[in-house]
Design a protein around this ligand. Sequence first.
Ligand SMILES: [Zn+2]
Length: 294
Amino acid sequence: MDFVQEIHPGVFLLDTNHFGQPGLGGAYIIHAEEVALVDTGASLAKERILLGLKALGIERTKVKWIFLTHVHLDHAGGAGAVISALPNATVVVHPRGAKHLVDPSKLVASTKSATGERFRFYGEAFPIPEERICTGTDGEVFPLGSLKVLAIDSPGHAPHHLCFFIPEHGLLFTGDALGLYIKGRLLPTTVPPSFDLVAWLATLERLASLKPQKLLFAHFGPGEPKLIEEYRALLLAWVERVRRHQEKPEEEAISAVLSELRREGWPVGPGVSGDWAMSVRGVLQYLHRKEASG
Ligand SMILES: [Zn+2]
């Protein structure tokens, strides 16, 4: 089972093979008296999740919660597929994300237009019946037997983002709230349509105040708590970098930023240039929105 690893006693990282590659996207399995998933990956990850549970000897009926950090399809697209195989599971999602799980059509359309050729890696997003969704508000506790898991409101990447925190072990499931952490490198993920710098900076303070001992990135794997401060610096520098090009037409601004990144040695291969372009677009839209609102 090379795609599941125990990263803390009873907590497993399952590689969802995002975009057909290892090390890019993950879901977590919390195996306490009861069991939870944190994110599911896209729906093509369903078989892996079921295989992973089986390999760990976990009965499907024991899965109580599917914690979704947010509804972007690389995190939640598989929830509708996987929940049909987990009869006792309830999805936990931010109140602002719930309607997109009940009717994923808008989400699918916007992902399609944003990801182009790579959309084929997402698979179909199935609707989730309303009665199997529970909205999670800030500080709310979701128990797994005696183990407490807290939902933490964490807007910035998206207004409907939650992190999940296990105080007893100092584990913070970060979703996209601390950007990406790929091969030891932090990368911004400031995507349209709702990236919000001010909200994000407040979120980073809040996450630091929890004093987590380990950060568990969806993209990808565990990281040290000092990365919260590093991400703050990265985010500010990134917005500043895009701001210098904000008067240009969008496509020109994107290629200007991409060539800067290339010159500075950032990972800007053909596989990831689309992600960078999306992150530039998200910042441009944020800056224009701020200007428009005075
Ligand atoms: Zn996201």
